[in-house]
Design a binder for this molecule. Structure first.
Ligand SMILES: Cc1cc2nc3c(=O)[nH]c(=O)nc-3n(C[C@H](O)[C@H](O)[C@H](O)COP(=O)(O)OP(=O)(O)OC[C@H]3O[C@@H](n4cnc5c(N)ncnc54)[C@H](O)[C@@H]3O)c2cc1C
Length: 302
């Protein structure tokens, strides 16, 4: 029987930083990963001192190679089932039907972003089309920036982008802004609102140049920040019956522990700011909490 101290589902920054803490505690750790890290198409990670502009793939390569020293094991496979036994240990099954057991479980499976179904969004994604101003705003500062949002958060994102550029336009793709104070704030901050449907994004040699509207009018645009939502990458937490908020976010204590004994979550799948460094920090906190729980159990069993 393959028994581990800790199984970690998800080998992004959250899962890997938990693995380094636990590996250094001499715990027997197994990490499962399917290689679909959220930022894998990004051209460089920002907001992480000492790692400025590193490619996500290089970041993960360095992380995995550092983990070898601490004996952490990896399996590149999808975990599809988790069951907790009466003795509180976890039975973990992958999609090939193989089974492993662990005393503690950390879920760090991240989220999957939804892209608007508009011609050009996928082509320019991470080149001229971005999610987060903190992650990519500096690179496109002072350019002509479009905000794409069909939901009520669009005005706030547009106002926020004024920190990076004077030239901000909000595109609502067929939606009207009904909130009068939001409309007034946009007007005061010189943010034009275009409510027409979008037809496509257009550029040259991979560089975004304009947005073509439904009536074929074209508007110059050098970068787009958009909000189209995201969803969980895996259903394990729901299946296990974790407590969630009304927005579907898993509830944890300060040390990333869920309502289910021995089960922790870290990274974008939990509720804090969605940055690489925050995900890694949550992983580190979960690692410490898991090790302390194991120490406690070892003391009471001795
Ligand atoms: C385009 C883009 C650019 C970004 N740029 C920045 C930036 O510059 N700076 C910054 O700080 N943040 C940035 N972010 C945010 C950053 O990517 C996330 O905050 C970070 O990746 C979260 O780490 P995580 O470990 O929680 O999840 P992820 O990195 O998404 O990793 C989760 C892992 O779990 C695996 N997985 C999921 N389900 C299973 C399963 N059932 N079995 C096995 N494995 C599974 C996935 O394959 C994936 O590898 C960006 C995000 C995007 C989308």
């Amino acid at each position: 029987m393959d028994q581990f101290d800790v199984i970690i589902v998800g080998g992004g920054p959250a899962g890997l930083n938990a693995a380094v803490v636990l590996g250094r505690c001499q715990r027997k750790v197994l990490v499962f990963d399917t290689g679909r890290q959220r930022n894998q198409r990004s051209k460089g990670i920002h907001n992480f001192l000492t790692r400025d502009n590193i490619l996500p793939a290089s970041f993960l390569q360095v992380a995995r190679s550092e983990l070898r020293k601490y004996g952490v094991k990896f399996i590149n496979s999808e975990v599809t089932g988790v069951v907790q036994s009466k003795k509180k240990s976890f039975r973990v099954e992958d999609k090939k039907g193989r089974v492993w057991f662990s005393k503690k479980l950390l879920i760090a499976t991240g989220v999957r972003d939804l892209l608007p179904d508009i011609d050009g969004f996928d082509e320019f994604y991470c080149k001229g089309v971005f999610h987060c101003p903190y992650c990519d705003g500096w690179e496109v500062r002072d350019r002509k920036i479009g905000i794409y949002s069909r939901n009520k958060n669009g005005p706030e994102l547009a106002l926020s982008l004024k920190t990076w550029s004077k030239h901000v336009t909000l595109f609502t793709d067929g939606k009207r802004i009904t909130n009068t104070s939001a409309r007034e704030m946009l007007r005061k901050n010189n943010i034009p609102v275009v409510t027409q449907r979008l037809k496509k994004l257009q550029g040259q040699n991979g560089v975004l140049k304009k947005i073509i509207l439904a009536d074929n009018e074209s508007m110059p645009c050098e970068a787009i920040f958009f909000q189209a939502g995201y969803e969980s990458q895996c259903e394990l937490l729901n299946k296990m019956g974790c407590s969630t908020t009304s927005k579907g976010i898993v509830v944890t204590n300060k040390m990333q522990q869920t309502n289910i004994y021995g089960l922790y979550v870290a990274g974008d799948v939990s509720k804090d700011v969605q940055f690489v460094i925050v995900a890694a920090a949550e992983g580190a906190k979960a690692g410490v909490a898991i090790n302390k729980d194991l120490q406690q159990e070892e003391r009471s069993n001795s």
